[in-house]
Design a protein around this ligand. Structure first.
Ligand code: AMP
Ligand code: GLY
Length: 424
């Protein structure tokens, strides 16, 4: 059977890598893919991911049995709705369900109504009213563009001046365009973050292994926010107890609440959590897809075949599925291009990708890479997700950094402390 994966990042390389191992799979197409997915799978370059009709045409012509959507933009453009109208099987939420990610105001209002723990908030499109609310509430405070902003639309304002600048940037200067024409202002929360991702068919829920991302560019959580500079799985902070609490307080009420609102949620549901020192939970955000880079260490320890699970979720029979994990820790270290997260330098040759270090427990997932004239070059901000697994997190960390050191490209930057929080 033939499978189509939509997207071009490290998450999509990891999905293609895992799904290619499924016993009934003859071919995995990745649209548009990257330099890593060119290996063994088929790239569909020059495809416009905002044109659902092109993807539908491709899936029909190539007899694709299932399409799996990686990133949020096609979901919020209704790719799932359009595939279904054409009787094509696709894994992911509909446009209406994807509002949990595509509108922070939708998500907050939903959480309030269904009593799902989250920070107190208000939504504004008027600058004077927004400013007055910040004044009343005090700082630090968090200002979020309502719509999709590629992870850049959240500003933690430490003081009044930063808050005013953020509001003006979004509401007056329209830096995030339509996405920032409305802002959600929410209370600042303290604690440790974790990513909790599940698969749902709208009724049943299958939790994936826990993980933790590292959003800041530099060691010790300093520097600007990025898409994520590394992740590990499992996240020890998510104990058995806490896992139960996350399911009971956040995940189950979300899936049930969406169903009772008449918008069944089918697909990956990602809850970004803040856990305080007394293990009280708050939901920071929902994503309607897997995380990047969380997917890489999560799938690297997945023992089960992923594909039958995705089919079951699409066919509404997820209750019959079971998922097994290797009892190991895995880590992904993101190697980013020079100048990321601003204007990343592109087009540099990457050396060391055919490292002797690569084995069953070490792998390099590509993200911003291209395959040109026999060479792999940098083609995006986050270039590679170097990954390793071992019986302990400490050993996994040693292994992953051994591999990182063998890979070279101009101006490569990476964090040296991925997983240290869990090792402390
Ligand atoms: P979001 O896209 O909403 O998850 O926000 C991106 C990042 O901003 C999160 O991963 C947190 O590190 C931080 N963040 C978001 N909301 C809050 C909050 N209410 N308090 C503290 N930090 C936050
Ligand atoms: N790594 C965070 C995200 O995928 O949203």
């Amino acid at each position: 059977m033939k499978i189509l994966i939509i997207g071009s990042g490290g998450r999509e390389h990891a999905l293609a890598w895992k799904i290619s191992q499924s016993k009934n799979v003859k071919k995995v197409y990745v649209a548009p893919g990257n330099g890593g997915t060119a290996d063994g799978n088929s790239l569909i370059e020059n495809i416009d991911l905002t044109r659902n009709s092109d993807l539908i045409e491709f899936a029909k012509q190539n007899n694709v049995s299932l399409t799996v959507v990686g990133p949020e933009i096609p979901l919020s453009n209704g790719i799932v709705d359009d595939f279904k109208k054409n009787n094509l099987k696709i894994f992911g939420p509909t446009k209406a369900a994807a509002q949990l990610e595509s509108s922070k105001d939708f998500a907050k209002e939903f959480m309030y109504r269904h009593k799902i723990p989250t920070a107190d908030y208000k939504t504004f499109n008027n600058l004077a009213e927004a400013k007055a609310y910040v004044k009343k509430r005090g700082t630090p405070i968090v200002i979020k563009a309502d719509g999709l902003a590629a992870g850049k639309g959240v500003i933690i304002a430490k003081n009044h001046t930063e808050a005013m600048e953020a509001l003006e940037m979004m509401l007056i200067d329209n830096v995030f365009g339509e996405s920032g024409a409305r802002v959600v202002i929410e209370d600042y929360l303290e604690g440790e973050e974790a990513s909790f991702i599940v698969i749902s068919d709208g009724d049943s829920i299958l939790p994936l292994a826990s993980s933790q991302d590292h959003k800041r560019l530099l060691d010790n959580d300093l520097g600007p926010n990025t898409g994520g500079m590394g992740a590990y799985s499992p996240a020890p902070i998510v104990s058995k107890e806490l896992h139960k609490k996350i399911m009971a307080q956040i995940i189950e009420p979300t899936i049930k609440g969406m169903k009772s609102d008449g918008i069944r949620f089918s697909g990956f549901l990602y809850a970004g959590l803040m856990i305080d020192k007394d293990t009280n939970l708050k939901t920071l955000e929902f994503n309607c897809r897997m995380g990047d880079p969380e997917t890489q260490p999560i799938l690297f320890r997945l023992k089960s075949d992923l594909l039958p699970i995705l089919f079951s979720a699409t066919d509404n029979t997820l209750h019959s599925c079971h998922i097994e994990w290797e009892d190991v820790s895995s880590i992904t270290v993101v190697m980013a291009a020079k100048n990321y997260p601003n204007e990343p330098k592109l087009g540099d040759v990457i050396d060391g990708l055919d490292s002797d270090e690569i084995s069953a427990d070490k792998f390099i997932f590509h993200a911003g890479t291209s395959f040109e004239k026999g060479k792999i070059k940098t083609a995006g901000g986050r270039v590679l997700g170097v990954t390793a697994k071992a019986i302990s997190l400490k050993e996994a960390k040693e292994k992953v950094y051994e591999l990182v050191k063998t890979i070279k490209f101009d101006g490569a930057q990476y964090r040296k402390d991925i997983s240290d929080k869990a090792l402390k």
